[in-house]
Design a protein around this ligand. Structure first.
Ligand SMILES: [Zn+2]
Length: 315
């Protein structure tokens, strides 16, 4: 078993999605690249004896129904990334309810369990979309990992709390993306493009810093980041992307495998539900907001510490 350094387990999370549909446009079809990329990711996790949370996109599961059972049977947690990868600030609350419920129903039909976690596409729970929390809770979601506590161009709530905490407006735990605090500002380091583009040791140093504060960090990845030549291959197939998209999305993908291997040997990782101390019953009823579980996430010290999310109070 690798990754036994340190005593705090950090959340290892994978957004199960296909690059063109999730990054270029939600109207694009899901390609079969997602199957190969997910197989690569599963093989890597298996090599290091790691279990993770897969935030699965409903459209991907619908197109390739065998994926989720493969992931679940390898011992990973399956959570929801919504159905169509539509950003919350571009849709109505009704549309969001539909999108989330559809994804939950698809996951349940494929693995026989309802997911208890959700991550908004593009971290699109912002100050303007805090209405999403109560909707998640009513659909049985018990934790969200959707808020980036930074001042981002397209996402982020800069004043949001940096560590796991309860929402004020509903029975929901938030596990925000990991940041480091420098000169009074939160800086993003959690994974994805930041992990690829920033100098190697930054994410490790950030996780160490967060763990020293007694808090778990979260790392997020995408299966397509392991596909070094995917964009060149898609271009060859006739897909068109702007040069900026091509450059920023493909740059340094070749670094990922080595970086991840070093990361996986340096820290403890676990699925997000385990890190939060949430039970994962075989079936979680859709009425999750109406009942308190005695094994509730509030038992996790991080979920107890300090006040609830101040920004959520204004929703
Ligand atoms: Zn996504």
């Amino acid at each position: 078993m690798y990754g036994t350094n340190g005593t705090i387990a950090n959340a290892l999370t994978i957004d199960l999605e296909d690059w063109p549909q999730s990054v270029v446009s939600p109207r694009l079809p899901i390609t079969d690249c997602v199957i190969r990329n997910t197989d690569r990711m599963l093989a890597l996790l298996d090599e290091f004896g790691l279990r993770a949370t897969f935030f699965a996109l409903g459209k991907v599961c619908e197109k390739f129904p065998q994926l989720l059972s493969t992931i679940a049977s390898a011992g990973h947690e399956v959570a929801s990334h919504g159905y169509g990868h539509e950003l919350l600030y571009r849709i109505t609350p009704d549309r969001f309810r539909w999108d989330l419920k559809r994804s939950i129903d698809i996951i349940e039909s494929q693995i026989g369990r309802r997911p208890i976690g959700y991550r908004a596409p593009g971290f699109s729970v912002t100050q303007d979309t805090l209405w999403a929390g109560p909707i998640m809770a009513r659909l049985g979601v018990r934790y969200s990992s959707s808020i980036f506590p930074i001042a981002g161009r397209r996402y982020g709530i800069p004043e949001a709390r940096r560590f796991p905490h309860r929402w004020d407006t509903c029975n929901l735990i938030e596990f925000p993306m990991t940041t480091v605090r420098r000169l009074g500002r939160n800086l993003p380091v959690s994974g994805g493009g930041y992990f690829r583009l920033l100098p190697g040791p930054i994410l490790s140093a950030a996780i160490r810093e967060v763990n020293r504060q007694g808090q778990p960090a979260v790392v997020y990845l995408h299966p397509y980041e392991l596909a070094v030549n995917e964009l060149a291959m898609l271009k060859h197939r006739g897909w068109h992307f702007g040069w900026r998209t091509y450059l920023t999305q493909s740059l340094f993908r070749g670094r990922m495998l080595g970086r991840l291997s070093r990361l996986f040997q340096s820290f403890r990782f676990a699925p997000m539900a385990d890190v939060l101390g949430l039970s994962t019953p075989d079936l979680v009823r859709a009425s999750g907001c109406e009942e308190e579980d005695s094994a509730s996430p509030a038992r996790h010290p991080a979920a107890h510490s300090g006040r609830s999310l101040p920004v959520a109070a204004t929703a």
